[in-house]
Design a protein around this ligand. Structure first.
Ligand code: C5P
Length: 401
């Protein structure tokens, strides 16, 4: 999931709040993703989690004091802000947000924020719902937004004080996603992208369906990568057990007919259409309205099928089609069948893979087929494949002069 954090230098500033405990997990995950993490704490933050814990997890000295003598020139606020690729304040207390909005510098963390120059500053507020709702806090948040600061959250839910409402700091994985998104190149900035994913279900009767083994992993990885690349992503998904990637609008459907109708409703603004769903080719012509009973059907029932609409071919045949990408999972003759499919559907790019190696798996080996022929990519995680494919699609939209 987090492919843009390798070799990045993240400075995390903790201020006073019970949400400090979430930062221990965040630091671990950042290091797993290949990032270097510096930690700066306010005095209040040390009431909630110890510098020793965060030093052990980050593997680097933790800073708290403006007058820290460890840097030779005694200017920790300059070195820490210069070394960082991004600064994240999490948790950001009401008081610290007020200080940031005012430009106050009375400790190491507030001083390095003011000294940061054009370094990106992300702020994850964490406070009681009344403190968050207070007009002063809201005014300060607006000031920070005007100053170019990115506000992450807060979330809504149970609060440590026993109340319920807005003000919960985002979870570690949400902060990780926000940092990863921050570093992703914005190759599809503001593009409207529609992606289909997952299987479809075709009812036989109210309890039985025809479906396939698609897990939706590739489609969801593409939706995630496209959103991180700055696109507005609509994900039209058959039933899967995956979480919706951050920033993606997901619409759940079941049958091919529902997927077809939903896709068509989203085509007017669409600039890129990526059809990853394993759409059922046929549907039962007349599903039974009641459960078929073994006792009344002593013989096995005979099902009659109708052909489902080919969503991708129909989109590609529009007078002004979006850039269309199809997927083909074949069990044999991969190149031959996939090339024929590209021609038949009239699309510029078809991505082929072997069904037995890709369906429900975490890795895939993609073969890209376009006007120029075919290119086989190395086997890699679906996240890496998705990111590479989004870069490739972005290049097709803006061909080099
Ligand atoms: O025709 P076939 O299912 O082999 O083609 C696969 C590609 O076409 C995939 O991109 C799939 O999402 C899309 N497709 C579709 N509507 C269908 C069948 C397939 O959009 N009814």
């Amino acid at each position: 999931m987090f492919t843009h954090l390798a070799h990045k230098h993240v400075l995390i500033g903790l201020t006073g709040g019970i949400a400090c405990y979430k930062i221990a997990e965040l630091i671990r995950r950042l290091r797993d993703a290949g990032a270097t993490v510096d930690v700066v704490m306010t005095e209040s933050a040390t009431q909630f989690i110890t510098p020793v814990t965060l030093q052990a997890l980050s593997g680097r000295p933790v800073y708290m004091d403006l007058w820290d003598a460890r840097p030779n020139d005694n200017m920790a606020h300059i070195h820490l802000s210069r070394d960082a690729d991004v600064i994240l304040i999490a948790p950001a207390s009401t008081n610290f947000i007020a200080k940031l909005a005012q430009g106050l510098c009375d400790d190491l963390l507030s001083t390095l924020c003011i000294a940061r120059g054009n370094k990106a500053l992300l702020v994850a507020p964490a406070m009681n719902k009344e403190m968050w709702a207070h007009p002063a806090t809201q005014r300060n948040i607006q000031c920070l937004i005007q100053d170019g600061v990115t506000i992450l959250g807060p979330g809504c839910g149970d609060q440590a004080c026993g109340e319920f409402g807005d003000g919960r700091m985002l979870e570690a994985h949400q902060l990780l996603t926000a940092l990863d998104t921050h570093f992703a190149p914005k190759l599809l900035a503001n593009k409207q992208v529609v992606i289909t994913a997952g299987p479809t279900l075709e009812p036989i009767d109210p309890v039985r369906v025809l479906t396939n083994r698609s897990s939706g992993k590739m489609g969801y990885a593409l939706a995630d990568a496209a959103a991180k690349a700055g696109a507005h992503v609509t994900l039209i998904s058959g039933p899967v057990s995956l979480t919706t990637p951050a920033g993606v609008q997901r619409i759940n459907v079941e049958t091919a007919a529902q997927m077809h109708e939903t896709v068509m409703q989203h085509m007017d603004q669409c600039e890129v259409f990526i059809a990853v769903a394993a759409v059922s080719d046929w549907r039962v012509t007349q599903p039974s309205t009641q459960k078929l009973k073994k006792t009344t059907h002593t013989e096995a029932p005979i099902l009659h099928f109708s052909v489902n609409p080919d969503i991708l071919a129909e989109v590609a045949a529009r007078p002004q089609p979006p850039y269309c990408v199809g997927f083909a999972a074949e069990t044999e003759h991969l190149l031959e069948y996939a090339s024929q499919k590209r021609q038949r559907k009239g699309i510029p790019l078809l991505v082929a893979n072997l069904a037995q190696e890709a369906m429900d798996k975490d890795h895939s080996q993609l073969v890209l087929i376009d006007d120029q022929g075919s290119t086989t990519w190395p086997s890699q995680s679906k996240q890496d494949s998705a990111q590479a494919l989004i870069s490739h699609i972005a290049q097709q939209l803006t061909p080099s002069p």
